[in-house]
Design a protein around this ligand. Structure first.
Ligand SMILES: NC(=O)c1ccc[n+]([C@@H]2O[C@H](COP(=O)([O-])OP(=O)(O)OC[C@H]3O[C@@H](n4cnc5c(N)ncnc54)[C@H](OP(=O)(O)O)[C@@H]3O)[C@@H](O)[C@H]2O)c1
Length: 345
């Protein structure tokens, strides 16, 4: 760090998450002395406009990674697997958006406002959770605390294509245009056409598993962040033809029953959560309203008619912001607040 701030690397700076990180760093006035964007060889030398400057994208190399205080990384799991340890070795703290390190014992998995203290235990890498998990745990934490713990969750997600990267948005638009023009849509990102469809497969099926890796992330990461391996979780992740904003139906059974009114009150006073819950007037959380916002919208809060200890919720958030970029920058802010960056590491 120098007097003006930190030397910050953004790996995947040309991608959906990386470019949102660049916006969020500016919006939140993050103390950046120098921004160093990294991307693949395809983008080497491409200029990124940021805060009145135009730094050029670099390719990751031993030379290029020297002298960074902080790296926000979102270039895929294999890039993080190879480069995060090398970045740490070179002196940086890495906030990693990929799933690669999330379940490692020595790596904190942090949602700012939910388990912020976990950041204290980092050894160079802090993992940013999966987007579907992130928005859900923000809504669950106050219910977990007031309801003396969570027994069980039954989750169905309706996930936007931007969760799969910029190529998936292009594919949704191209397929939509093809169908409207009475042509055959081409599917390459997903196993089937996504336009005018709903796919009961987000992610892929690891060998021998009847759940997708996305569903496993939701199950395992939720338990790690909420600090309770005993929570029973059933998850079905569905990809829908929405550009931005993941929606989730969440049935939450708490140890002590909570009334819908109490849950509304608790959620309304939770920073980062906005209750939108006047269903008869047509007001409930929707992806098109969550897109571009940092808060997690919660509505349709009601008692499960089949279980007096359970509530049903509808949880919606911008997967690129709180689900990825905003939380990554908030984690970086926590690192500064707690003197865990640069010389405090
Ligand atoms: N999208 C979401 O909602 C979301 C949420 C949470 C986490 N994530 C995770 O974040 C990561 C990126 O997601 P995304 O949606 O931003 O994908 P994306 O739009 O496809 O962007 C990928 C980025 O990675 C860069 N990249 C690829 N190979 C590289 C390499 N060898 N070295 C350096 N940079 C490289 C790309 O550079 P080029 O432009 O040069 O190809 C691009 O900047 C994934 O691991 C994803 O799981 C995504």
């Amino acid at each position: 760090m120098n007097g003006d701030g930190y030397r910050v690397g953004v790996v995947g700076a040309t991608g959906l998450v990386g470019s949102t990180i660049l916006e969020v760093l500016l919006e939140r006035g993050f103390p950046v002395a120098e921004l160093v964007p990294f991307a693949s060889e395809r983008s080497a030398g491409r200029q990124i406009e940021w805060n009145g400057a135009t730094p050029e994208c670099r390719v990751l190399s031993e030379d290029a990674i020297q002298g960074l205080d902080l790296v926000l990384s979102s270039a895929g799991g294999s890039v993080s697997a190879e480069w995060a340890p090398r970045l740490v070795e070179a002196g940086a703290v890495v906030v990693d958006n990929t799933s690669h390190f999330r379940m490692d014992d020595g790596v904190p998995l942090v949602v700012a406002g939910v388990n912020s203290d976990a950041v204290e235990g980092h050894s160079g890498i802090v993992a940013n959770p999966n987007c579907s998990t992130m928005q859900m745990v923000l809504a669950l934490k106050p219910l977990q605390d007031a309801g003396m713990g969570i027994e069980r969750l039954v989750i169905s997600t309706y996930q936007a294509v931007s969760g799969t990267g910029k190529g998936a948005i292009d594919e949704l638009i191209a397929q939509t245009q093809a169908v409207l023009a009475d042509q055959d849509p081409v599917a390459s990102t997903y196993p089937h056409q996504i336009a005018f469809n709903a796919l009961p497969q987000a992610g892929s099926f690891p060998d021998g598993d009847d759940h997708t890796d996305e569903e496993r992330k939701l199950i395992n990461e939720t338990r790690k962040i909420l600090g309770d391996e005993g929570i029973r979780v059933s998850a079905t992740c569905v990809r829908v033809p929405v550009v931005t904003g993941h929606s989730e139906s969440v049935n939450v059974e708490t140890r002590e029953p909570l009334s819908p009114d109490r849950a509304r009150e608790l959620l309304a006073s939770t920073p980062g959560v906005t209750v939108v819950d006047e269903p008869a007037a047509g007001r409930y959380p929707m992806a098109i309203e969550a897109a571009g916002r940092d808060d997690v919208l919660v509505g349709r809060i009601r008692r499960d008619p089949g279980n007096e200890s359970a509530l049903d919720l509808w949880v919606v958030s911008d997967n690129l912001r709180k689900g990825a970029a905003t939380n990554a920058v908030q984690v970086a802010e926590l690192l500064i607040e707690r003197n865990l960056l640069g010389s405090g590491r």
